[in-house]
Design a protein around this ligand. Sequence first.
Ligand code: SF4
Ligand code: SF4
Length: 236
Amino acid sequence: MLPMAQFTCTGCGDCCRGFAREAPEWEPETGPVLRLSSEPGLPLLSWEWQRLRRLAQQRGIAPDVQAFDGVLDEPARRIVVLSYRLAALECPFLEAKPDLEPGPRSTQWGFARGGVCGIYEHRPLACRAYPLVPLRNGIALSLHCPELLDADDARPAELDRVYGDSAASAQAFRAAPNIAVRMLHALEARGAVRIAREAGPLRDAARAWPRVDLCDLSAEHGMETWEELELRARRA
Ligand code: SF4
Ligand code: SF4
C-alpha cells in the first residue's frame, strides 16, 4: 500500500488514452440545456475549444470534436453551443515519447506506452484536474489512474494538500458553468440573444437549428474574448 501523502503523476499517459471512461460533468443552470451529442470524451469548454482549434490547425491535425450542449436562442432559431467533447479515446495531442518509461502499474489497462502532452501549457481544465474528476455534486477520484489503484488513503480529507494544482483545477472546472451563464446573461442584456426558458416542443426541432459558439457570439458583440474567458475560468 502506498501512503498518499502527496499524489505524484508518473506521466504514464493512461488518462490521455481513456478520458471517455470517466468524463467530468458540467451543468450550467440557465434555461433548458440541450444535449447535442451522446459521445463521451474529453470535455472542452467553449473557450478551451477556441484555443485547441488553433493549436490543432498549427499542428495540421483535425481532432474529432463535437458540440456537446447548448441553449436555445429562440427568436434567432439557433443554438448557442456551450461545450464540446473531444470524441477520441486517445487524445490526438498526446505525443509518443519512446524514451519515457511507463509507470510500473500502467500495464494493467493495456496502455503501457508512455506519452507526453504536446500542448501541456494549454491543456484543458479537465486534464489539469486529473486524477480528480469534477462532478456535479463534488469531486471524485479517477478509477483508472494507475497511481491511485494501490493507494491506501486515495481519498484524503485534504484534497488540496495531496493533489495540489489538480484540486484547484477541479474546483475551477466546477465553477466554469457560472462563467458561461454570466456570459449568456450579459448577451441577453445587450439584446444579442434570448434564451428559451422552456424548451418543450422545440427540443426535437431545434436539433437541426444552426449553431453558434458562445465565445464567437461574445466576440461579435465586443464582449470578453475567449482568451479572457479562459483566464477567468482558470482563476475561478
Ligand atoms: S493516469 Fe495518472 S499517473 Fe498516468 S499520466 Fe494520468 S494522472 Fe498521471
Ligand atoms: S490535451 Fe494533453 S493532457 Fe489533455 S488528454 Fe490531450 S494529451 Fe492528455
